[in-house]
Design a protein around this ligand. Structure first.
Ligand code: SAM
Ligand code: FES
Length: 351
């Protein structure tokens, strides 16, 4: 009952102390149903049964970084590397537009081949050809100057998961040279510039503790991002973490519920990763408080190459198939896809 009170407290104040988060996470079996009852009602209060869709374009799998968990890390010599041209990216957008997408997410490794000029040119071209669409970038840590240039070219949103808020845990997941502090600074810069900003973390990443997850919650409370990406860690066979256990759908869903209560109107995707480790993972995520899905719009021939982790779903399907499959899954879960930009509530008010 004390645990239920903690959930109620988070529901009404959007804040818990670190120790309170830890006890909820450690004793989650006893409060899961209650949490989901509240997280679902909050989600429906802000977004009803609506689910926003984002067309994900994985435009390069070259990466200069060497994160220990990631399948496209530069040390993975088995990865088949590819880059999409501006024309190929615009073709993906055209296909996507016809399928009802009004947000395009350009995601890639940190690939220095794409200069700031090229990124700005790509963003400008998408905004010119599809003026009623939002563009989200997810291309890693850049300078403030670069972030500003992309924003001025028309980029609306930026996804940069903080991965783990704890500095020491971060250093166990990344080689020296990458720091939690720098990543968090980037997130603050993105918010300051005016992006709808997405943070987020992996659940069940190697060495993660309940304290680490509590710190992730506190970090989100403080940053107040407009979007939060949460998915289970899934091992990739050609990385240092090949033999580490994968995160569970169960804990991922619980964390989604907590995030929905801490940031009531946040844009919260049901990720591909949770769909990969559980056959109805994305549907369950929607029922736990998620309100966004991000089907793949990348050309079919490159999908298997953008392999962050093993057994990734949707790598063999055409964009149209994926779109229809998700439509059915979302409807079976009792929700409906809406074909709009799907901005964060606070950004609708600003316009
Ligand atoms: N390079 C950009 C960046 O660093 O933000 C975007 C691409 S990065 C591959 C996108 C996200 O994939 C990361 O933020 C990370 O959380 C997730 N990811 C990478 N490897 C993963 C794995 N093995 N299991 C689950 N998620 C993974
Ligand atoms: Fe891609 Fe089901 S969502 S095939």
């Amino acid at each position: 009952e004390e645990l239920k009170e903690l959930v109620s407290k988070l529901y009404s104040t959007h804040h818990l102390e670190k120790g309170e988060y830890v006890s909820l996470i450690e004793n989650r079996d006893a409060v899961r149903d209650y949490l989901f009852e509240l997280s679902r009602s909050v989600r429906e209060k802000y977004y009803g049964k609506d689910v926003y869709i984002r067309g994900l374009i994985e435009f390069t799998d070259y990466c200069k970084n060497d994160c220990y968990y990631c399948g496209i890390r530069c040390s993975n010599k088995q990865a088949e590397r590819y880059r999409l041209s501006k024309e190929q990216i615009l073709d993906c957008c055209k296909t996507g537009y016809e399928l009802g997408f009004r947000t395009f997410v350009l995601q890639g490794g940190e690939d220095p081949y794409y200069s700031d000029d090229m990124i700005c040119d790509i963003v400008c071209s998408i905004k010119r050809d599809f003026p009623d669409c939002a563009v989200t970038l997810s291309i890693g840590e850049k300078s403030e100057e670069s972030y500003r240039r992309y924003f001025e070219s028309g980029a609306d949103r930026y996804l940069l998961r903080h991965e783990t808020a704890d500095y020491e845990h971060y250093s166990k997941l990344h080689p020296p040279g990458l720091s939690a502090k720098h990543r968090q600074d980037c997130l603050r810069t993105l918010k300051k510039i005016g992006y709808q900003t997405g943070a987020g973390f992996m659940v069940g990443s190697p060495y993660q503790t309940a304290e680490n997850l509590a710190d992730d919650m506190l970090f989100l409370e403080e940053l107040k991002p407009e979007m939060v990406g949460i998915g289970p860690f899934i091992p990739h066979h050609a990385t240092p973490f090949a033999d580490k256990p994968q995160g569970t759908a169960e804990l991922t869903l619980f964390m989604l519920g907590l995030v929905r209560l801490a940031l009531p109107d946040v844009l919260l995707p049901a990720t591909t990763a949770i769909g990969t480790i559980h056959p109805t993972g994305r549907e369950l995520a929607l029922k736990a408080g998620a309100n966004v899905v991000m089907p793949n719009l990348s050309p079919t021939d490159v999908r298997k190459k953008y392999l962050l982790y093993d057994n990734k779903i949707c790598t063999g399907d055409e964009s149209a198939q994926c779109r229809m499959c998700l439509q059915k899954r979302v409807e079976d879960a009792g929700y409906r896809i809406v074909e709009s930009r799907g901005d964060h509530a606070s950004f609708n008010e600003r316009k």
